[in-house]
Every structure is written in C-alpha cells, then in structure tokens.
Design a protein around this ligand. Structure first.
Ligand SMILES: NC(=O)c1ccc[n+]([C@@H]2O[C@H](COP(=O)([O-])OP(=O)(O)OC[C@H]3O[C@@H](n4cnc5c(N)ncnc54)[C@H](OP(=O)(O)O)[C@@H]3O)[C@@H](O)[C@H]2O)c1
Length: 305
C-alpha cells in the first residue's frame, strides 16, 4: 500500500513517519517545502502525481496566537486547501485520514464533547479547522477525520517542551488551572492512524466519518504540568522540579481565546479500534525518556526530496 503523508515535519507527522514505516507499505512523507497548503495547486498536483492508496494529512497551521493576526493564511491552510486536497482525492477514489481539533468547541460544556455535539469555535484557528472539516465532508464520502487535543511529544514547540524549558529557567512556573482538556501523545495518534491504515488495507473499507481521538481522563493545564515535572524529575531531566503555581486564564491573557473545557469523549473511536488510546501519563513518560536519552523514538526515515 502506498501512503502519502502531508505535514511530515510536525509532531504527529514525525510520529507517523515511524508508525507508517511498515513492511509492504511505501511511505511518501512530505513536509511544507514539498507540499505547501498555502498553494492548493501544488498539493493537488502532488496527489495526482503520486497516486497513493491512502492520504494522511498531518499538515496544519497550528499557531493559535498567530492565526489571529493572519486569518486568511490559517483559513487557506486549514480550510480551503483541505477542501482542494479532498476533492482531488475523491475524484481519484483515494481515502483521506485528516486531523482536526477540540478547538471547534466553545468550551462551555460540562461533559466530554461527543462527535455530534454542536460546534462553535471561539478563535480563528478553531474556525479554520472547522472549515477544513466541513469541506472534507462535503466533497469526499471516504474520509476519517480525527479530532484530537493538547498534542505533545519530545519534539520542540508544544506544552510539554515549553514547560521543561521554563522549568530550566525558573524555580516557580505559573500554569492556568481553569482550562481542562485531554492531553494526547503524538505517538498514540500516529499508532491509531497506522491501525486504521492496516484495517483499510485488509478490508478495503473503514467506518468512514468523524471521530474524537484523545487520551482518556481530562485534566487541567496545571495538573498536566505537575505530571510533566514529576516524570521529568524521575527521568533525570530536572533537579529539582519547580514549584507549580496555579493561576487563572484571566491572569494569563492571550490574543486567541481558549475554550475553558474542551475534553473529548473518544469512546466512538475506542469501539472501532477495540481499545481506548493509552493514558496521557504514559506518553509523558515516553517523551521524557526520549528527551533524557536525547534520541529520537526510532530511526526516522528521511523525507522524500
Ligand atoms: N498541537 C496540538 O495541540 C493540536 C491539538 C488539536 C489538534 N491538532 C491537530 O493535529 C494535527 C497535527 O498537529 P501537530 O501537533 O503535529 O502540529 P505541528 O507540530 O505544528 O505540525 C504541523 C505541521 O504542518 C506544517 N505546516 C504548516 N503550514 C503548512 C503549510 N502551509 N503547508 C504544509 N504544511 C504546513 C508545519 O510545517 P513546518 O514544520 O514547516 O512548520 C508542521 O510540520 C493538525 O491538524 C492540528 O490542527 C493539534
């Protein structure tokens, strides 16, 4: 099976480069410079040229703050171009596995969000990702859209690596306690995508549609940080761990509003996989171990040039 992966240099993209490296599978892993979602013609031409059996899209404009200043670019990369990519895939009968976000919800819920719950994004990034979801659904009958949340890994530029960077500079780190969500390890998302790809290869079909894809057991950012520091201390990355001060979002103003409660109920996906995603604490341990040994999780194949 030939798989075309977009966004191969991101957290999930890198993890997919490992997880989709399997006997009998040919992986074409492309980063932004090879397939830029700001240029839909480039992306559609790539699909046409490669003729894969399956497309996995891990590319996205994920800078939530920057998206407020460049909404047109966020909308193009996360919205319009996803629609163009999906349209060419539909025409060529190539199924698509796409990723979306908990930020499509406004965060006013009181229980974990299910797939059928009403969406109402409160920032530009969330709105652009919702546009991508809708365009994908409108043009392609054979898609899997995995909404995930609070993605972390050993790769720089996420909550875990930011916390560890701050911890190396300070004795006290302030973290908001009034934002609740489901942290999810990039490696666990990639494993899920590989499981779905394997099933598609075997049966030539999948239960197409929208799924929530997060680790179980929501927590606050404050709790997430405390677990990160405790695992990092155990892995020898911090000596000692900093004191974590709980603050409110009001004390940490940001350009983009964040949903206060964006936990996802991923039981629909657990049902088709036969198991839930692992607890995020296991992912924190893995990421800390990777950082402690300063090695990548496995030999990562190089990108196609
Ligand atoms: N990160 C989270 O907390 C989070 C939460 C919920 C959902 N998600 C979703 O999960 C998916 C994977 O996210 P991630 O955490 O792996 O994000 P990431 O680490 O930021 O990776 C995104 C990748 O997309 C690439 N990209 C950005 N603009 C592009 C463009 N114009 N054309 C092509 N590629 C472009 C980036 O390229 P460069 O490396 O060149 O910048 C980056 O490698 C995304 O769909 C995201 O919306 C993420």
């Amino acid at each position: 099976m030939k798989i075309l992966l977009f966004g191969a240099n991101g957290q999930v993209g890198r993890a997919c480069r490992d997880a989709l490296q399997q006997p009998g599978w040919e992986l074409i892993a492309l980063a932004r410079k090879q397939a830029d979602f700001a240029c839909p013609e480039q992306v559609t031409a790539t699909v046409q040229r490669s003729r894969p059996d399956l497309v996995v899209n891990a590319a996205a404009y994920t800078d939530v703050e920057a998206a407020e200043k460049t909404p047109d670019m966020a909308s193009m990369v996360n919205g319009e171009c996803v629609g163009s990519m999906a349209a060419i895939c539909a025409a060529l009968e190539i199924p698509v596995i796409h990723l979306s976000t908990d930020f499509v919800f406004n965060g006013q819920g009181s229980r974990a969000y299910r797939e059928e719950d009403p969406v109402s994004p409160i920032n530009t990034y969330g709105a652009s990702k919702l546009k991508g979801e809708r365009l994908l659904r409108a043009v392609h009958p054979r898609y899997i859209c995995l909404r995930t949340s609070w993605v972390f890994s050993a790769h720089p530029g996420n909550f875990l690596t930011t916390m560890l960077r701050l911890a190396a500079q300070r004795t006290t780190v302030s973290v908001v306690g009034d934002q609740v969500g489901c942290p999810t390890y990039a490696g666990d998302i990639a494993t899920t995508i590989a499981e779905l790809a394997r099933r598609y290869e075997e049966f030539g079909d999948l239960p197409w549609g929208l799924y929530h894809c997060s680790s179980p057991e929501p927590c606050s950012r404050y709790e997430f940080a405390r677990h990160i520091f405790s695992e990092a201390e155990a892995a020898g990355l911090l000596d000692p761990a900093p004191w974590v001060k709980k603050i409110s979002s009001y004390q940490f103003p940001t350009l983009a509003a964040r949903p206060p409660y964006s936990a996802l109920d991923s039981s629909k996906l657990a049902e088709i996989l036969g198991h839930p995603l692992p607890h995020w604490n296991r992912g924190i341990r893995k990421a800390c171990q990777v950082l402690a040994t300063r090695e990548e999780p496995s030999a990562t194949p190089s990108l196609l040039n």
